[in-house]
Design a protein around this ligand. Structure first.
Ligand SMILES: C[S@@+](CC[C@H](N)C(=O)[O-])C[C@H]1O[C@@H](n2cnc3c(N)ncnc32)[C@H](O)[C@@H]1O
Length: 292
């Protein structure tokens, strides 16, 4: 399935025209609606201070993760390989380096949502504290299928740290998704339920389409955008992967900027943004017997 992105009208404005490139093409001043192929720490140094409204990011896991098709039960579609991993021993320094740049570029009214598995959560928490970020919520994302285990419990959640620099200035729109008075059939407030700190959101399986191995579902990004940003706000993802944060931000009328170090992933992001496609058919896949 190839879904069209509903292009916001403002993209006609030259300032908002999508730009793609290597780091060498990035000017020294900030450009919105750009994605870059390169290291995010170097890239963020070229973004002006206090110019980003919202950061949504899912950094590499630090568990020597290998993006290989055989790690996944995903026959019949192409998983792009080449995920750039960080060694466990370097994870604290790595986290400190990228988060320091986020702190510099974030507006006082801005927020950051950082996703993390439990393995390196301590390094994320230590760094957030060291850099003086204020924790607003420690969210849990519960997804539908974890990796099957036989001698321990199945991990089927992710952590998401919602943090800010100034709790009084931080943007939050509590009734952006449900009106104060909206109730479900049991009489419970929909706004209350939607704002509980455990989010049950399914992962997306893009069977038959090109994909990267670890992507955030569009619904989780939409939810964060709705509560913590407004139209035209600038959303940054230093670790784009498949480009979900940039693509969904564009669909929701936000401006975006981001980095991805792996060229093959970056090309995929580029294709999604330039063609305004949410999913891209894998032309190398042979149709299965049942789909004939
Ligand atoms: C967990 S994935 C992000 C997945 C993404 N949230 C999505 O929805 O597709 C982390 C990504 O960061 C990239 N990466 C690792 N180190 C990087 C760096 N120094 N700068 C930019 N990207 C990097 C990896 O190649 C990987 O694609």
């Amino acid at each position: 399935m190839e879904s069209k992105i509903d292009l916001p009208r403002r993209n006609a404005h030259p300032r908002c025209r999508p730009v793609y490139g290597t780091m060498a093409t990035m000017k020294s001043n900030f450009q919105a609606n750009c994605v870059f192929n390169g290291d995010c720490v170097e890239g963020m140094k070229r973004i002006s201070a206090k110019s980003v409204d919202l950061v949504i990011t899912d950094p590499p896991f630090g568990i020597e993760f290998k993006a290989k098709r055989e790690n996944y039960n995903r026959k019949g579609s192409r998983v792009l390989e080449g995920y750039n991993e960080v060694h466990e021993n370097d994870y604290l320094t790595f986290t400190h380096n990228w988060m320091s740049e986020v702190k510099r570029v974030l507006k006082e009214s801005g927020s950051m949502f950082v996703f993390s598995g439990w393995n390196n959560l301590k390094d994320i928490l230590i760094t957030l504290d060291d850099l003086g970020f204020i924790t607003v919520n420690h969210l849990v994302w519960k997804y539908q299928f974890g990796v099957v285990t036989s001698r321990k419990f199945v991990t089927s959640h992710y952590h998401c740290l919602y943090v800010c620099l100034d709790d009084k200035k931080r943007k939050f729109f509590p009734y952006s998704r449900f009106d104060k008075k909206e109730k479900n059939k049991n009489g419970s407030s929909l706004s209350y339920l939607d704002r509980e700190d455990v989010w049950v959101i399914n992962r997306e399986y893009w069977t038959g389409d090109v994909k990267t191995p670890t992507k955030l579902p569009a619904e989780i990004i939409r939810k964060i955008l709705a509560y913590s940003s407004e139209k035209e706000d600038v959303v940054l993802d230093p670790f784009l992967g498949s480009g979900q944060v940039a693509v969904v931000s564009k669909m929701e009328g936000r401006q975006y900027i981001g980095f991805e170090i792996v060229k093959e992933y970056y090309d995929f992001i580029n294709e999604r943004l330039t063609k305004n496609l949410y999913r891209i058919k894998d032309k190398t896949t042979k149709p299965s017997k049942s789909s004939k």
